[in-house]
Design a protein around this ligand. Structure first.
Ligand code: 2RA
Length: 329
């Protein structure tokens, strides 16, 4: 299969290449794509060297699948051009996620909505993916009324510039700033820009995307997204009110048997998820599972995942795997 990786030289693009190799995705020809300034650069993948090409060239090469992680503007302009040439696009940007004609997919939850006609498929936001991975099976069993989520997000979600800012601040060097404020020894209560309602785009993604993926706009969601000086992954404190009561051990057991979820929850051994240990892994890790004793039918839990893997690259490639396995490409 001819596969294009659009944004191949970026953080997520590099993880996509790594995961494609790890999962032995059936690539017969790899087309690394990047902006004009990177055209001609060479990348090595699975022992072979490939030259980075521009977007127009990549469209003409007619890949069967194009994995995008190149920002919303690029996706808005180029995903339709790839699709018109017969390529199936799986896009990591927010450009298509809330488009009513486009599917927003976490394979373990709703891959069955995909058809041959889906030529632009949206990959959800990283913080949404890890949350719905844990909540979908619970929604199915107990029904969700309301979610209150606070996220503690890795600087890798912002990109290389943020990682460089933290490293500079460690060393006491003044360099380019990805954030308005220092991130070292700090927590910034802003991920992305603010919307009219006083919430950030990141927080509203958690609201809108969760409702779309779980197929229920009646699910009430409120979110606070915080940036912290961590690189391994995003962490989330989730408080979820169900329509009916539950048994905590039954919840733990349900999550334990959910593909793609690993329960790490034993207070006697101080076992709970942490980003330093989630880094480089594809599962979503859930712990601190406990009843919210302040109101009925409500549960607290702590959810951690590598935002560059299950939160982006791996989920994207799992969608591509589903398309191939079901002859949808
Ligand atoms: C962030 N979720 O962490 C965003 C990136 N896609 O900033």
């Amino acid at each position: 299969m001819k596969v294009a990786v659009v944004g191949a030289t970026g953080m997520v693009g590099e993880v996509m290449l790594q995961v494609l190799a790890e999962r032995n995705f059936p690539v017969t020809e790899l087309i690394p794509v990047a902006s004009e300034k990177s055209v001609g650069k060479e990348i090595t993948w699975k022992g072979n060297t490939y030259k980075v090409v521009g977007l127009a060239t990549a469209v003409e090469m007619k890949p069967e699948i194009a994995l995008f992680s190149a920002g919303g503007d690029t996706s808005k302009e180029w995903a339709p051009r790839f699709a018109a040439a017969g390529t199936t696009v799986i896009d990591n940007s927010s450009a298509w996620r809330m488009d009513i004609t486009k599917k927003l997919v976490v394979p373990e939850i709703n891959a069955s909505v995909l058809t041959k006609e889906d030529k632009i498929i949206a990959n959800p936001n990283c913080s949404t993916i890890q949350m719905v991975m844990a909540l979908a099976p619970l929604h199915q069993k107990y029904g969700i009324n309301r979610i209150v989520v606070s996220t503690y997000q890795s600087i890798t979600g912002t990109g290389v510039k943020a990682v460089q800012q933290l490293e500079n601040e460690y060393k006491g060097i003044q360099g380019d700033m990805a954030y308005k404020y220092p991130i070292h020894r700090n927590a910034i209560p802003q991920c992305d820009v603010f919307e009219e309602n006083g919430y950030t785009k990141e927080e509203m993604k958690l609201v809108r995307e969760t409702q779309k993926i779980l197929g229920n706009d009646a699910i009430q969601v409120t979110a606070t997204a915080i940036r912290i000086p961590v690189v391994g992954g995003h962490s989330e404190a989730v408080n979820v009110e169900f329509t009916k009561d539950f048994d905590v051990n039954e919840v733990r057991n349900l999550l334990h048997h959910t593909p793609g979820v690993t329960v790490q929850d034993n207070l006697d051994t101080y076992t709970y998820p942490m980003p330093i240990y989630a880094e480089g892994k594809d599962d979503v890790f859930v712990g601190r599972i406990r009843r919210d004793e302040s109101q009925p039918n409500t549960l607290n839990m702590w959810i951690v995942a590598d935002n560059l893997r299950k939160g982006a690259a791996t989920n994207t490639i799992q969608i591509a795997e589903y398309l191939v396995a079901n002859s949808l490409v």
